[in-house]
Design a binder for this molecule. Structure first.
Ligand code: AMP
Length: 182
């Protein structure tokens, strides 16, 4: 069972790359953003709570996210999975380490996609998702640098992070990721 975490700022292309790598390596693609957007569209209790937070570009509380990921990973089978959009805080990364420990997942790799702020702001504005307004984007970047970017150092200290340049041709980026994980 193979465990890949795809990490990086909002708009760097995590979702696109995770979907493609998942298909090529026959892995489950677990996107916490997608799970939340589904809950929002189904107007579940979680969705109603999450919508307001997501519209502002803030983070859904760790306890909620850790619970969602724990339940999802307990059910996963097959070749393994790619986590996209989680962990987003060091607290989540610590919770994930506990989940991995409990489920005996030891083959963990982290890919960090990199791009500068101007590039990702432009991309997010072009994407046009409902949480892609300029104010929300600016807040998402702020939240990324304040709360999420320390997760990269957390994995670097463990020696399991690999940076991949997220700017350029989608196919070439995809090949760089596949090379890094193999
Ligand atoms: P994404 O599709 O990954 O950009 O996620 C969209 C939004 O969902 C984020 O801006 C957050 O509000 C929320 N979200 C997704 N994943 C997480 C997470 N791991 N922790 C907290 N909030 C999250």
């Amino acid at each position: 069972m193979f465990q890949l975490i795809i990490f990086g700022p909002p708009g760097v292309g995590k979702g696109t790359q995770a979907a493609s790598v998942a298909e090529k390596l026959n892995l489950a693609h677990i996107s916490t953003g997608e799970i939340l957007r589904k809950a929002v569209s189904e107007e579940t209790e979680l969705g109603i709570k999450a919508k307001e937070i997501m519209d502002k570009g803030n983070l859904v509380p760790d306890e909620i996210m850790n619970g969602i990921v724990r339940e999802t990973l307990e059910k996963v089978n097959g070749n393994g999975f790619i986590l996209d959009g989680y962990p987003r805080t060091v607290n989540q990364a610590v919770a994930l380490a506990e989940i991995f420990e409990k489920l005996k997942f030891y083959d963990i790799k982290v890919i960090t996609l990199t791009a500068d702020d101007n590039e990702i702001t432009e991309r997010l504005l072009k994407r046009g998702r409902s949480d892609d307004t300029r104010d929300t984007i600016l807040n998402r970047l702020k939240v990324y640098y304040n709360s999420t970017s320390p997760v990269k150092e957390y994995y670097e200290k463990q020696g399991i992070n690999m940076d991949v340049n997220g700017v350029g041709d989608i196919k070439e980026i995809n090949e760089s990721i596949l090379k890094s994980v193999n």
